[in-house]
Ligand binder design. Structure first.
Ligand SMILES: [Zn+2]
Length: 355
């Protein structure tokens, strides 16, 4: 009988001790440890159960009932405390993840398109809208495409004036960094004819070019857009019409233009193209040196020798062509004083000018 009473007392003590411990658990993990300590396979309650085996047959059921009651009480308490603790943990998590909408935002620095690339895109798009095909050529060229086929023979003074970067000047057939985008004219026309087609052919060729030159308005690497068209009966009037449309569209204003006779080896006749000064509207200012006009590009009718070099019948077909400096037009449009700003990569400048 004494054993029975002793076990009962042990069970009661255990229950109180366990419930107290559950009440002090700080979190779900603590509570799980306590569950193992009291109700686990090697837990305190299990140890007490081992004592039950020594009892007489009639005492066992009574103690068994008692053990189950304690077990139920502890299980209930574990559930209750457990759900309270997980609710608390969730609240703490929400509190920790709360966003303070009154805090100043972190600045996100978005990239911009470089102003030169932006200009190149705008210019190319204007010609593409007029129906010109976009074409590109290699930046490393041979003398034939860069000079000979463009009516600039070896002895020609213009060849020396181009300040060419040769890659291996002493080689039999030296390669060079193209000094203009005009070689794309030659390559595109040849390819076009080789595919069995006949003009009309209208092409815009944007790209990088290289000359050994560096100051406020010159950079050893700069960008050109080459534009040409070949068809039957093309004249200076077509050239002027395309120029007028392009320049007024690019500068987004009605600009007077004028063609001033000039000389280029690859066009005949040739003309420098001026626009009415965008800064003083033709009144005369420091930038246009009081003339009211600003030179923007070189143009002309494709020289018959150039047509012949690619195998086009210069009697039946004529063409016009012009090449413009992208940096120069972007500088004029946005009033940028120094070409070197484009390549110094000062992010303040690029962010202000870029798109
Ligand atoms: Zn002016």
């Amino acid at each position: 009988m004494g054993d029975v009473e002793g076990l009962k007392a042990q069970l009661e003590e255990l229950k109180v001790e366990a419930l107290t411990a559950f009440g002090h658990a700080q979190n779900v993990a603590d509570l799980e440890d306590l569950r193992v300590n009291y109700l686990g396979k090697k837990g305190a309650l299990t140890l007490i159960l081992k004592g039950v085996g020594k009892l007489s047959a009639e005492d066992r059921p009574m103690i068994g009932q008692h053990v189950n009651a304690v077990k139920d009480a502890l299980s209930d308490a574990l559930d209750r405390v457990g759900s309270a603790l997980s609710k608390l943990a969730q609240q703490q998590r929400i509190e920790a993840e709360r966003i303070d909408v009154t805090m100043p935002a972190r600045r996100r620095i978005a990239g911009v398109i470089h102003p030169v690339q932006q200009g190149l895109n705008e210019m190319t798009a204007i010609f593409a809208h007029m129906g010109f095909d976009i074409s590109e050529g290699p930046e490393i060229e041979d003398e034939f495409h860069n000079f000979d086929a463009l009516n600039i023979p070896e002895s020609h003074p213009a060849r020396a004036m181009h300040d060419t970067f040769f890659i291996d000047a002493l080689a039999d057939a030296p390669m060079l960094l193209r000094t203009h985008t005009s070689p794309v004219q030659i390559r595109t026309m040849k390819k076009f004819l080789e595919s069995g087609q006949e003009p009309p052919l209208s092409v815009v060729a944007p790209g990088r070019v290289y000359r050994c030159d560096y100051d406020v308005t010159h950079s050893p690497m700069f960008h050109q857009v080459e534009v040409f068209s070949v068809d039957r009966g093309l004249s200076l009037a077509h050239l002027k019409g395309v120029l007028q449309h392009f320049l007024t569209t690019y500068f987004e204003k009605d600009l007077p233009i004028r063609l001033r006779p000039h000389y280029f080896p690859f066009t005949e006749p040739s003309a420098e193209v001026d626009i009415g000064c965008v800064f003083c509207a033709g009144q005369g200012c420091r930038i246009c040196k009081g003339s009211g006009w600003i030179e923007v590009l070189g143009s002309g009718m494709v020289h018959p020798n150039v047509l012949k070099a690619v195998g086009i019948d210069a009697q039946a077909f004529s063409g016009f062509a012009f090449g413009l400096g992208v940096e120069r037009l972007v500088m004029l449009k946005h009033g940028i004083p120094d070409l070197r700003l484009f390549f110094e990569n000062d992010v303040r400048f690029l962010r202000r000018m870029g798109a």
